[in-house]
Write a protein that binds this ligand. Structure first.
Ligand code: PEP
Length: 249
């Protein structure tokens, strides 16, 4: 089986206005000059997808949304559908980020519905899972994450492009990271759950690690078995930092 290309995806979260596109433009200039050894994506706030698509048009850098609604259209004030995300210029979408699970009450079933909607719109979902600190300390990391994979991945993903991101909640934005052994253990469990859920269709999609990835720790994390890339928050906001991670692949 040929190995999938690693994916380094930047999650800008609710950061960035028009002038932030200068960072996307700087990333483009750098990656036009030195081709990346992996897939690279930026996931800006929904309001910037369209302008980012113009800034990056013709480059190899892909664009993702940070969420979409599970319904195709309707009376959902403030929400954005998968088709809208795709129409604005994205080809990927982050779903089930822990900030949405915790802050907006998203359940595994919601995430699975969003993944179905994303597929229908031609978007490649990046489905996030991860345990809280209390769950890690209770020895429940593997079981919690495995259950999230089983519940958040619709069976229709089986032959479609998608990725799973393992993001321990306690590692996001904290500067803390699990040990390499802990990352390996959970990634192996995520792979097993993907195969249990999707059969052979769960064997190939990449599993990203996310949580305080930075240029100084990217190389060792990306070398862990089953780590197929990174979902990067804070260190994706500056082109120079993000490039440091891309160069670590
Ligand atoms: C994230 O929000 O997906 C994330 C991994 O954030 P950070 O890299 O800042 O920890």
């Amino acid at each position: 089986m040929t190995e999938s290309l690693k994916l380094i995806a930047g999650n800008w979260k609710m950061n960035g206005v028009g002038e932030s596109l200068e960072e996307a433009a700087a990333l483009r200039v750098a990656l036009d000059a030195e081709a990346a050894n992996c897939r690279v994506a930026l996931c800006p706030p929904a309001t910037l997808i369209d302008r980012m698509a113009q800034t990056l048009g013709g480059s190899a850098i892909e664009i993702g949304g940070q969420d979409c609604h599970g319904a195709a259209s309707g009376a959902y004030t403030g929400s954005v559908s998968a088709e809208m995300v795709a129409d604005a210029g994205a080809n990927l979408v982050i779903l089930g980020h822990s900030e949405r699970r915790a802050g907006f009450g998203e359940t595994d079933a919601n995430v699975a519905a969003k993944a179905e909607a994303a597929l229908a719109a031609g978007l490649e979902p990046i489905i996030c899972v991860g345990e809280t600190l209390a769950q890690r300390e209770a020895g429940e990391a593997v079981s919690v994450v495995s259950q999230q994979v089983m519940g958040s991945l619709p069976v229709s993903l089986a032959d479609k492009p998608f990725a799973v991101a393992y993001e321990p909640v306690w590692a996001i934005g904290t500067g803390l990271t699990p040990t390499l052994e802990q990352i390996e253990e959970v990634h192996a469990a995520v792979r097993a759950a993907m195969i249990a859920r999707l059969g052979a269709g769960g064997a190939k999609p990449v599993i990203l690690y996310g949580g305080s990835v930075k240029p100084s720790n990217a190389k060792e994390i990306l070398a862990v078995p089953e780590v197929g890339g990174a979902l990067v928050g804070g260190a994706s906001l500056k082109a120079e930092d993000f490039l440091g991670i891309i160069r670590a692949v």
